[in-house]
Write a protein that binds this ligand. Structure first.
Ligand SMILES: Nc1ncnc2c1ncn2[C@@H]1O[C@H](COP(=O)(O)OP(=O)(O)O)[C@@H](O)[C@H]1O
Ligand SMILES: [Mg+2]
Length: 222
């Protein structure tokens, strides 16, 4: 949390104290950094609040059309990660899911953010949706560093980060996937991943289809 704040304060101070000496291009660059770091801080605070409320059950399950929900947040990511291409391939006529939409977007934010952070500039992050039986499946794939099989257990633990040549460059605190898993499971879903080192990673999230009669669950076997 300190890193984004330090840079927001630093660039604001520089702009204020040296306004007349900085050319327009650099002013714009500094303000852009302040904007990016503010976004990062907002996501981080959102995640920290979730940890502190993780078991409080403040989840509001509703009928959510996932394709529209994903579509609405993609421009924000494309803006933040200009050097990646973010591609969304929705399944047509996808049935609605039973979800808390804010929490769903927080999940997507964490997964897309990771997909961009742990892959090289110029690569593609692909999001797909599909319905299968009583579950809606959302996949977030990247062409990045990948995750070693032996690190799989660490991944979803609180504050755990895994060393790779991008972790030192990418800001993070190891909370994202911990929270993501908790949120997914609190909404009767499940999360898994497939990965090949230096080829890429796909996170797979399943949520139950919305159904008037009964509350469905997506577990390992479905
Ligand atoms: N898409 C991905 N590709 C490769 N490694 C990943 C990916 N997503 C997560 N990781 C690894 O898992 C660790 C934990 O992720 P996360 O909980 O989101 O924490 P953070 O992003 O803050 O480091 C990361 O530090 C990274 O090493
Ligand atoms: Mg993360």
């Amino acid at each position: 949390m300190r890193t984004p704040l330090t840079s927001i304060r630093g660039f604001s101070q520089t702009l204020l104290s040296s306004w007349d000496r900085i050319d327009d291009e650099n002013k714009k660059k500094f303000i852009k950094i302040i904007e990016e770091q503010s976004n990062r801080l907002i996501n981080l605070v959102e995640n920290i609040l979730t940890v502190s409320k993780a078991n409080a059950g403040n989840i509001v399950m509703k009928k959510v059309f996932i394709n529209a929900s994903i579509k609405s947040i993609i421009p924000m990511f494309q803006e933040q990660y200009k050097n990646h291409k973010i591609v969304f391939i929705p399944q047509n006529d996808l049935p609605p899911a039973r979800l808390d939409e804010d929490k769903f977007q927080q999940i997507m934010t964490n997964l897309i953010d990771n997909g961009c952070k742990y892959s090289p500039e110029g690569s593609i992050v692909t999001i797909t949706t599909e319905a299968k039986g009583e579950c809606i499946i959302v996949k977030v794939s990247d062409e990045g560093v990948g995750i070693k099989a032996e690190d799989a257990d660490k991944l979803f633990k609180k504050f755990s980060r895994i060393e790779n040549h991008l972790t030192s460059k990418a800001q993070g605190n190891g909370l994202g996937l911990y929270i993501t898993k908790q949120l997914v499971e609190n909404m009767n879903g499940m999360i898994t991943f497939e990965s090949e080192e230096n080829k890429g990673t796909t996170f797979i999230v399943k949520f139950p289809v919305y159904n008037e009669e009964e509350v469905l669950k997506c577990s390992q076997k479905s």
